[in-house]
Ligand binder design. Structure first.
Ligand SMILES: [Fe+2]
Length: 188
């Protein structure tokens, strides 16, 4: 399940209902999906999309999404650093950013107009829909692994509009979940 952190208020939300309510006020939908049939996290993209067909079709109907694909990022992905540089700078899109996480973790920072910046740490099972025009940026967690279904309203896909505000540099891209707790304690 996701963890929402509000760094400027030094607090986190870890309760599903509290997260849903807080995000809803920002216009962000958050759901937890179960597959309609079992599918391995490393199954081919077509199998993953087939396993979640019911949910994908429902979202398409609700949000006018026309295409779905599977993005697969790991530490050995060619061009990883260039890709991460594109993700981690504050930007917005002309369309919703819809992600359902199949494997791995990631950190979305959201920069609302009238409330503090928040970080949404997502993991397998989490669906996040960030409305068009929302300022945001994205980082991987320490293990540099994420696999996610993406839905698009524009068949041309992902187009970022950068703000160059520097807001992204003011927040540490630190994950609190599995990779954080997996770190060994410092040697004495
Ligand atoms: Fe984005």
């Amino acid at each position: 399940m996701a963890i929402v952190t509000i760094p400027d208020e030094n607090r986190s939300l870890k309760d599903r209902q509290a997260i849903q309510e807080y995000l809803a006020k920002l216009g962000i939908d958050y759901e937890i999906w179960q597959p309609s049939r079992e599918v391995a996290a490393d199954a081919p993209a077509e199998e993953v999309l087939a396993a979640y067909e019911t949910e994908i079709e429902k979202l398409k109907a609700q949000g006018g999404y026309v295409t779905a694909d599977v993005i697969d990022v790991h530490s050995q992905t060619p061009g990883l650093q260039a890709m991460l540089t594109k993700f981690k700078s504050e930007h917005w899109h002309d369309e919703d950013e819809v992600r359902f996480i199949i494997e791995g973790r990631g950190l979305f920072h959201i920069h609302p107009k009238d409330s503090p910046v928040i970080a949404i740490e997502v993991e397998a099972g989490d669906l996040v829909r960030v409305p068009r025009g929302t300022l945001h940026w994205f980082n991987l967690c320490a293990d540099q692994r994420i696999r996610a279904i993406r839905l698009f309203q524009d068949p041309a896909g992902w187009t970022p509009n950068y703000t160059d505000s520097g807001a992204d540099a003011r927040y540490q891209p630190l994950c609190m979940g599995a990779s954080y707790f997996a770190a060994p304690p410092p040697a004495m």
